[in-house]
Design a binder for this molecule. Structure first.
Ligand SMILES: NC(=O)c1ccc[n+]([C@@H]2O[C@H](COP(=O)([O-])OP(=O)(O)OC[C@H]3O[C@@H](n4cnc5c(N)ncnc54)[C@H](O)[C@@H]3O)[C@@H](O)[C@H]2O)c1
Length: 312
């Protein structure tokens, strides 16, 4: 019972494979693009050696031991043999995922957990072609999962509690931080909160209240400073002498007044949205070189933050 199959070996499949081997599991990687799964292992090998050098490799095993737990497969049936857990990471296209899970179900026994990495599709859509859906759920990671450990566990209406419990235990064992949604909802929790932040930030820039650069500072130097360690609920609880109830008495009316002043859903395709895009492009030009440098900076900073959180 120690084999996990990862299907799809792009950005997210590669990260999941690294996370699972860090927990000591054998990981069989399958991709329908020939040679892609083998390339993925080469990439992981390079990355793990670098992580080991800077002391950021996760888990108890060294890089060579972790790499030895990986195998690549161009045949789905072979990749699924012996697995107790399947993590799907293929393109974010409903029919691709539906057909894949239909095929996978035919090749595994009824107790194998089928888990999807989808960001935007609800489980009842993803698993509509699976017969036995009590062992299906979404395990939605955050990019890059190696440093950002949250995983949203989202059940299908037919999912058994035991499926979520076992997945929760697995995710915890490999060092991720799982949270449970009690039922499915479009956007899950993370992207709903993210959408609210994006909407209000966008409106403030588009209405000429604040610049693109400054709204990002509101987050990175303001709210984000504490949100890396405590969430909005605890923030409120700590910000009044007698906790949350007290906070609501003091500030509840003010927040409701502000909330009522929020505008409609922004139109990202509107003519004046182009101004927001050009303001951003002036700050960080949208060519490959500049974007890659900023992504590298982001990942480096996240690595430092995740080291700091380890000691908290
Ligand atoms: N990239 C992110 O930030 C992010 C974050 C969270 C969740 N996700 C989700 O993870 C999933 C994968 O995203 P990604 O960014 O890794 O995509 P990607 O394009 O980098 O990789 C997808 C891989 O799946 C393979 N593939 C496609 N169809 C397949 C099939 N039928 N069988 C086997 N392999 C197949 C492709 O060859 C490719 O290697 C998506 O559902 C996405 O929504 C992505």
């Amino acid at each position: 019972m120690n084999i996990i199959t990862v299907i799809g070996s792009g950005l997210i499949g590669r990260s999941w494979a690294m996370v699972f081997v860090s927990g000591g599991y054998r990981v069989k990687i399958y991709d329908n693009k020939p040679g892609q799964a083998a390339n993925c292992i080469n990439e992981i090998q390079k990355q793990m050696m670098e992580l080991q050098e800077v002391g950021m490799l996760r888990g108890q095993l060294n890089a060579t031991q972790q790499i030895a737990l990986l195998s690549s497969h161009d045949d789905l049936e072979q990749a699924l043999q012996g697995a107790f857990f399947v993590q799907e990471c293929v393109f974010e296209k409903l029919d691709v995922k539906q057909n894949l899970f239909r095929d996978v179900e035919r090749l595994v026994s009824g107790d194998v957990i089928l888990s999807s990495s989808t960001s935007c599709l609800v489980p009842s859509a993803v698993f509509s072609m699976v017969q036995n859906r009590c062992r299906c759920l979404v395990s939605h990671p955050v990019n890059p999962p190696y440093y950002v450990k949250l995983v949203e566990l989202v059940p299908h209406p037919d999912t058994m509690t035991a499926t979520v419990d076992k997945t929760h235990a697995l995710m915890t064992k490999v060092g991720q931080v799982p949270v449970r949604l009690r039922k499915e909802i479009d956007g899950f929790a993370l992207n709903r909160v993210q959408a609210a932040i994006i909407a209000e930030s966008w409106r403030l820039v588009q209405d000429g209240i604040i610049s693109v650069q400054d709204i990002d500072l509101v987050m990175s130097e303001g709210l984000g400073m504490r949100y890396a360690f405590i969430g909005p609920m605890e923030t409120m609880h700590l910000n009044a002498p007698e906790g949350l109830g007290d906070y609501l008495k003091r500030y509840g009316d003010g927040f409701q007044r502000v909330l009522r002043s929020f505008g409609p859903v922004p139109d990202f395709s509107a003519e004046d949205a182009k101004n927001v895009v050009s303001e951003m492009n002036e700050l960080i030009p949208n060519d490959e070189q500049n974007l890659s440098a900023r992504r590298e900076r982001r990942d480096h900073l996240l690595m430092g933050l995740s080291r700091l959180k380890k000691d908290k």
